[in-house]
Design a protein around this ligand. Structure first.
Ligand code: NDP
Length: 260
């Protein structure tokens, strides 16, 4: 008997990076998993996940900023996999710019994906979870929901927003047997962090690729960057029966970088 046998899980941004690692964890622990992303590449990622785990994997192209796409995501999951027990709102984007250069479009896009996208998915998932008697929602925030970094006020605002959504919804659905929690990854080796390393590195000094990350990793008490599987472990715990009495919380997964 595996921990998530019979469970249906949705992971947005599940085709790569942290989201793929989360999807892989659930799939390897018995769940049927729907992975959603904007890119058609999600089909290829689903094939890899199925081959690696043997699980049922449903790829869905979905822009989390679109109400109709999000509605289609959850209705497809229900009609194909029979319901939704766990939904992980993980899709996110970042740009890095000095305050005088940050464009309105960057602000809007970041808030749309990182904040509105999380809300829209929670809203839709809750409709199904209320009907079926409960579930677990996990929202990906960031260390930037604790401490805003330089050149990313829009990203920090979007991730602080995720914590607000998490707390407000957790209170609203607390008696519906639905938990809502947020996670704050620190420095996790993914494409997003490669972008961060390159662009912050260029803006903060004469850093060669990889040097800024190496320097920041020295500030992590555990002296290593995280991997997707480090984040997946926390998400799986929050989605498990062991976390039934945990809701409205925001938990760091960052090797001790930010302690709170
Ligand atoms: P990646 O850039 O590797 O992956 C981002 C994912 O989000 C991709 O799957 C992408 O899909 C998806 N996505 C982007 N826009 C949309 C959209 N409009 N609709 C649906 N999906 C979308 O990032 P990470 O894996 O590193 O990050 C995952 C989450 O973790 C993000 O929310 C990020 O902010 C957060 N985070 C990451 C940290 C890190 O160090 N890596 C640290 C703290 C937080 P597609 O490929 O189709 O574009």
């Amino acid at each position: 008997m595996k921990r998530f046998d019979g469970k249906v899980v949705a992971v947005t941004g599940g085709n790569q990076g942290i989201g793929f690692a989360i999807a892989e964890r659930f799939a390897s622990e018995g769940a049927s998993v729907a992975i959603a992303s904007v890119d058609e590449q999600v089909h290829e990622a689903a094939g890899q996940l199925k081959a690696a785990t043997g699980a049922t994997v449903l790829p869905v192209v979905c822009d989390v900023t679109s109400v109709s796409d999000v509605k289609n995501l959850y209705s497809t999951i229900e009609s194909t996999l029979g319901g939704i027990d766990i939904s992980v709102q993980n899709a996110g984007i970042i740009t890095i710019a000095k305050v005088e250069d940050l464009t309105e479009a960057e602000w809007d896009d970041t808030m749309e994906v990182n904040t509105k996208g999380v809300f829209l998915c929670c809203q839709e998932a809750i409709r199904y979870m209320r009907k079926s008697g409960g579930g677990a929602l996990i929202n990906t925030a960031s260390g930037q929901a604790r401490d805003g970094f330089i050149y990313t006020p829009h990203y920090a605002a979007s991730k602080f927003g995720v914590v607000g959504i998490t707390q407000s919804l957790a209170k609203e659905v607390a008696t519906d047997n639905i938990t809502v929690n947020a996670i704050c990854p620190g420095i996790i080796s993914t494409d997003m962090w490669d972008y961060n390393d390159r662009v912050w590195g260029e803006m903060l000094g004469e850093y060669a690729p990889g040097e800024l990350m190496a320097e920041w990793v020295q500030n992590i008490p555990m002296k290593r960057a995280g991997e997707g599987k480090d984040v997946a472990g926390l998400v799986a715990f929050l989605a498990s029966a062991d976390a039934d009495y945990i809701t409205g919380q925001t938990i760091n997964v960052d090797g001790g970088l930010i302690m709170s």
